[in-house]
Ligand binder design. Structure first.
Ligand code: ZN
Ligand code: ZN
Length: 401
């Protein structure tokens, strides 16, 4: 089933973004789609973005967090400062859409819709520079390397919010399988944190026939894997969310040798900062005490990759108000869809500032319903005017004297 935007919504959008402009930005979106770049290596995309923004009168700052950009527009005497973020990077995937504007860079593909997110923010930037109907400071943030969860942090560590202070920061992502014209605006946790841990269990190697002369790290590792299953089941509340997965077990070489050590690779996710801390603490305790019970030693290298995205209440209410105006109350959903368990490095920005991460339905049709990171995925161009209108109305509503 495919769905078009309602006539009323289309009329509203065409007032904010004239149809000729919409087509121009769809063309830009497809140009970015055809020339995908990875990680921090988004120089062609960021050059295209910076040149357009300069043309429209923005003060453009490049090279923040390697290839990140901030474009600033100050109007009036208003003291409020708004940040809106888009991501620019693609994925190492061989595109299989067969579209006329499919990737020209073999093995690289815009399979997460960041081409769309960038074009959306550009479209909003042009509309706001033309109408000039806000009062305050608008900071448009275009970041690299979202997929490896490093770009937002790199920009923040490079002084993003000291150089361009914001009172709140917003971002959006398309949501395949969610109907076109549906906005998911959720107060509280939206995406999960993502952490990894390498657990090294050190025993004393020996002959498989004489286990009493060794300290077996394999038996201890097996006990650790089993005990880890209780971390979520016995510590996390039924209405909260966390995941602990053991992704690999490495150790040993042959049948008759008890190895010196075994390494476990863990992936840990949680919906709330407190749950994330609790899960880490329980993993550390279980690893340490289980090792002790088996007479072996354990070392844990625990690395926090990205916190959960947690939307703040007031900023989410404002986003919901803007979305309601554009798509109607019936199409604004305030709950995270079941089974939605991704991570997003915009979380670093929300760990610093209040704000909201918005999800817009990418549709349910052939491409719209195809999941992100799939070689058959494409961003739905009908989301472009809606996304741009969300940012235009947000800026006009937030930036008032
Ligand atoms: Zn992605
Ligand atoms: Zn993405």
């Amino acid at each position: 089933m495919t769905r078009e935007l309602s006539l009323q919504t289309t009329k509203l959008l065409s007032r904010l973004l004239p149809p000729a402009d919409t087509q121009a930005f769809i063309d830009i979106r497809r140009q970015i789609h055809a020339n995908p770049e990875l990680g921090f290596e988004v120089s062609a995309t960021s050059t295209l973005v910076a040149n357009l923004l300069r043309e429209w009168g923005y003060e453009v700052h490049t090279g923040i967090g390697k290839t990140g950009i901030v474009a600033q527009l100050k109007l009036g005497n208003g003291t409020r400062r708004l940040g809106i973020r888009a991501d620019m990077d693609a994925l190492p995937i061989v595109e299989a859409t067969g579209l006329p504007y499919a990737s020209r860079n073999p093995g690289r593909m815009h399979a997460c819709g960041h081409d769309g997110h960038t074009a959306i923010l550009l479209a909003a930037a042009k509309a706001l520079a033309r109408t000039r109907d806000f009062d305050g400071t608008l900071n448009l943030i275009f970041q690299p390397d979202e997929e490896n969860l490093c770009g937002a942090r790199a920009m923040i560590e490079d002084g993003l919010f000291e150089r361009f202070p914001c009172d709140a920061v917003y971002a959006l992502h398309n949501a395949p399988g969610v109907p076109l014209g549906t906005a998911l605006v959720v107060a509280g946790p939206v995406t999960l944190s993502s952490d990894v841990a390498d657990v090294t269990i050190k025993g004393v190697g020996g002959h498989g026939a004489m286990p009493h002369r060794s300290r077996d790290p394999v038996a201890a590792a097996a006990a650790v894997v089993t005990a880890l299953q209780t971390v979520v089941a016995r510590n996390v509340a039924p209405d909260d969310t966390a995941v602990v997965s053991v992704g690999f077990i490495r150790g040993g070489a042959t049948h008759n040798v008890i190895p010196q050590s075994v390494t476990l690779g863990l992936n840990v996710r949680a919906a709330r900062p407190e749950t994330r801390a609790l899960v880490e603490q329980r993993i550390r305790e279980i690893v340490s005490f289980t090792a002790q019970a088996h007479g072996v030693e354990a070392e844990i290298d625990y690395r926090q990759l990205v916190p959960p995205v947690v939307n703040t209440v007031a900023e989410t209410q404002l986003m919901a108000q803007v979305c309601t105006e554009l798509v109607g109350e019936a199409n604004v959903v305030t709950q995270v869809p079941k089974g939605f368990a991704g991570s997003e490095d915009f979380a670093w920005m929300l760990a610093t500032l209040p704000g909201c991460y918005l999800l817009l339905g990418n549709g349910e049709g052939e491409f719209g319903g195809c999941m992100v990171h799939n070689p058959g995925y494409d961003f739905n161009d009908q989301v472009l005017p809606l996304g741009a209108a969300c940012w235009v109305r947000l800026a006009q509503t937030y930036l008032v004297a």
